[in-house]
Design a protein around this ligand. Structure first.
Ligand code: MG
Length: 203
């Protein structure tokens, strides 16, 4: 399986990063070794002094597809969850400055914790789903898929032009504003609407 991530997909986050609004989805990948499940702790890697949390809605692909039209994209998933796109912001900044690929800032081991999956039947409107992140009990990120620059169906269609989607592939759909540094001892709790999806420690 593969993890496909969309960057710069919420206007408020694009602004907080000082980036330009992209004309098409910004895509990057993480390997399966990035995944953490079942509220496993996240260990801060020793190569970064600035790991940021980015809470994102995550879609799980349930059938194989290539060049999927937007109007059929909703048939390609029936489960979602939340995930954190952990980012070594210090390294990402360096990579961007030199025009080099981002992978070591984004795709390192443990950089993609995900929660348990929820059936889309339990979500009244996938394009109006709210989610939020608490850090040590305090709300730090709050998003709603209605504010996605590129909607989930558009993302699936666009991504499938370049990469054949397979069963079990995950798509991280982008982070809203409020990204910030994590420290040893922090506790992150993520909610999809009112349901707690993740609860884990930073070590
Ligand atoms: Mg992200």
């Amino acid at each position: 399986m593969k993890i496909i991530c969309i960057g710069q997909n919420y206007i408020d986050h694009i602004k907080e990063m000082g980036n330009e609004i992209p004309s098409q989805p910004v895509i990057f990948l993480k390997p399966d070794s990035a995944i953490l499940r079942k509220n496993a702790p996240f260990f801060i890697p020793d190569f970064s002094n600035e790991i940021h949390h980015e809470l994102e809605l995550v879609v799980k692909i349930n059938r194989i597809g290539k060049n999927i039209p937007v109007k059929f994209a909703s048939r390609y998933f029936d489960e979602i969850t939340l995930g954190v796109d952990f980012t070594a912001r210090d390294i990402q900044r360096e990579m961007r400055k030199t025009g080099m690929p981002w992978e070591i800032a984004k795709a390192f081991d443990g950089s993609a914790p995900i929660g348990d999956f929820v059936s889309t039947n339990e979500i009244s409107d996938i394009n109006n789903a709210s989610f939020h992140l608490l850090k040590n009990g305090e709300m730090v990120q709050k998003g709603n898929t209605e504010n996605l620059l590129f909607k989930i169906d558009e993302i699936i269609s666009h991504v499938s032009k370049y990469f054949t989607l397979k069963i079990g592939d995950l798509i991280f759909t982008g982070t809203p504003s409020g990204v910030g540094k994590v420290e040893v001892g922090d506790r992150l709790q993520a909610y999809l609407e009112d349901k707690k999806i993740m609860d884990f420690k930073i070590c």
